[in-house]
Design a protein around this ligand. Structure first.
Ligand SMILES: N[C@@H](CCC(=O)N[C@@H](CS)C(=O)NCC(=O)O)C(=O)O
Length: 224
């Protein structure tokens, strides 16, 4: 059975799309139209009760959470080179630390920075939420900027799916107005990561999805 990815364009599901493209085996996609409220409909909640993409249906069941999906795919496709697989506890922890740095520290800040209106019931709070998120981002991005000015990829000399995750983070925050001037290494990392064939293929899935959304009158271009 080929896996099926439930996804929406511009979202963090892009990271899983990139991972599946990197593996290179057939997979299906199912577009979740946020503007149509499909992420809150019973059909999708039966797949992911949290109402979030990505959700990957596999022969082993449904896997949710980017970090878990990426670990699962790296484990089940060891030759795809998604993540290194050190055998020692410290090595494993080091890879997990980078994964959690992006998924637990950076990713929630992206939501606050890009879509501050989703964080409070009072829309007038949005500028303060965004300012605070920008502070948090500056704190989190500084060490990554230093790291990537010394090495091409997060884990050293070799690309990993963590680079695709960071590239998505950059895509969202830079598109939503975070100034790139202080982050030349991050901007360069994004440009290089975007050249990878799997990254281009993931964007093609998104483009097709956007066309479908337009045809259904459900197109939405969020602040990236
Ligand atoms: N921690 C989750 C976050 C997933 C997430 O927040 N997905 C967003 C798109 S980037 C979503 O589906 N949002 C819809 C919602 O929360 O209602 C993961 O890494 O998979």
């Amino acid at each position: 059975m080929s896996p099926t990815l439930h996804f929406a364009p511009h979202t963090c599901a892009r990271v899983t799309l990139t991972a599946l493209e990197e593996i290179g085996l057939p997979f299906g996609t199912h577009l979740i139209a946020f503007m149509g409220g499909e992420h809150r409909k019973p059909e999708f909640l039966a797949i992911n009760p949290a109402g979030k993409v990505p959700a990957l249906e596999t022969e082993d069941g449904v896997i949710v959470q980017n970090g878990a999906i990426l670990s699962y795919l790296a484990e089940t496709h060891p030759d795809a080179g998604l993540l290194p697989r050190p055998q020692d506890a410290v090595g494993k922890a080091a890879v997990l630390a980078e994964l959690f740095r992006i998924s637990s520290d950076l990713h929630p800040l992206v939501t606050r920075f890009v879509m501050a209106v989703m964080i409070s019931t009072d829309a007038s709070d949005a500028p303060r939420i965004r300012t605070k998120a920008a502070e948090g981002l500056a704190m989190q991005l500084a060490p990554l900027e230093r790291l990537l000015s010394q090495q091409p990829w997060i884990l050293g000399g070799k690309w990993s799916i963590l680079d695709a995750y960071l590239a998505w983070v950059w895509f969202r925050i830079e598109g939503a107005g975070l100034g790139a001037d202080d982050y030349p290494a991050l901007a360069n990392h994004y440009a290089t990561a975007s050249e990878r064939p799997s990254a281009k293929a993931a964007l093609l899935h998104e483009e097709r999805a956007q066309e479908e959304l337009k045809a259904r009158g459900l197109f939405f271009a969020p602040p990236r």
